[in-house]
Design a protein around this ligand. Structure first.
Ligand code: PRP
Length: 227
């Protein structure tokens, strides 16, 4: 029997895509890329206190998560995709997120820095950083023994009070280093924001995820062409 149109089950809609973002510079630079892909938040995430935002695209919602929590949300399925810095991704123990796109935004460097003109005072230098895994990998590759001290912010302070000989921290303009009498020594990693995808979502929501990746890749390319 043919069902009457009104009783038919609705056409199965495309699955909802949940995108994890964190506030700050990456968010500011991600919004124009999302807009170019036809995704505009219902409220300004920089101002709104809401943590789940609808968008102009009915199939996409945004989550506003803590700055270093994007990988956890995407890895454990709280979000299908996310945008986060390479510096954050490099600290993850398991590299099992798909990373299909370099968004070319949030560019800066993870750098080794120390006091201007001063050699380390310890035979085995101490390095203060929030980026323990990247720092260990950097010194392991150089075959140099160091003690790594984990800090959560204001790393520039550590060499000034003798807590550490060096720091490993993000450097953008270099103003924070200069203001504290520190000098960049070596680049540990070039950093930019990456689109990351939950491996299960990559399979189960393949069409929607692929379209988002393609739309964002086109937006990145247009932005690069304008720069
Ligand atoms: C970052 C980084 C440096 C500063 C570098 O801190 O940790 O302190 O920016 O930028 P600059 O080279 O342009 O001076 P951020 O303000 O992001 O806060 P955080 O210390 O919480 O990471």
């Amino acid at each position: 029997m043919i069902e009457a149109a009104s009783t038919r089950r609705p056409f199965v809609a495309e699955p909802m895509l949940t995108v994890a973002l964190s506030k700050g510079r990456i968010l500011t630079e991600t919004l124009p890329l999302l807009a170019a892909a036809g995704i505009v938040p219902d409220e300004d995430p920089a101002v709104s206190r809401r943590l789940i935002l609808g968008t102009s695209s009915p199939g996409v919602r945004l989550l506003i998560v803590g700055p270093t929590d994007v990988p956890a949300y995407v890895l454990h399925g709280g979000a299908d995709v996310g945008v986060t810095g390479k510096d954050v991704l490099a600290e993850q123990e398991q590299a099992i997120l798909y990373e299909p796109l370099d968004l070319g935004i949030g560019r800066c460097r993870l750098m080794l820095a120390g006091r201007e003109g001063l050699e380390p005072s310890r035979a085995q230098p101490r390095v203060a950083t929030k980026y323990v895994a990247s720092t260990r990998a950097f010194f392991a590759a150089r075959g140099q023994q160091v003690d790594v001290i984990k800090l959560y912010g204001s790393m520039e302070l550590a060499p000034l009070v003798g807590l550490a000989d060096w720091i490993v921290d993000l450097v953008d303009t270099g103003n924070t280093l200069r203001a504290n009498g520190l000098a960049p020594l070596e680049t540990v990693m070039e950093v930019s924001a990456r689109l990351v995808v939950n491996p299960a979502s990559w399979k189960t929501k393949h069409a929607a995820v692929r379209r988002l990746v393609a739309d964002l890749a086109a937006a990145v390319e247009r932005q690069g062409a304008r720069a």
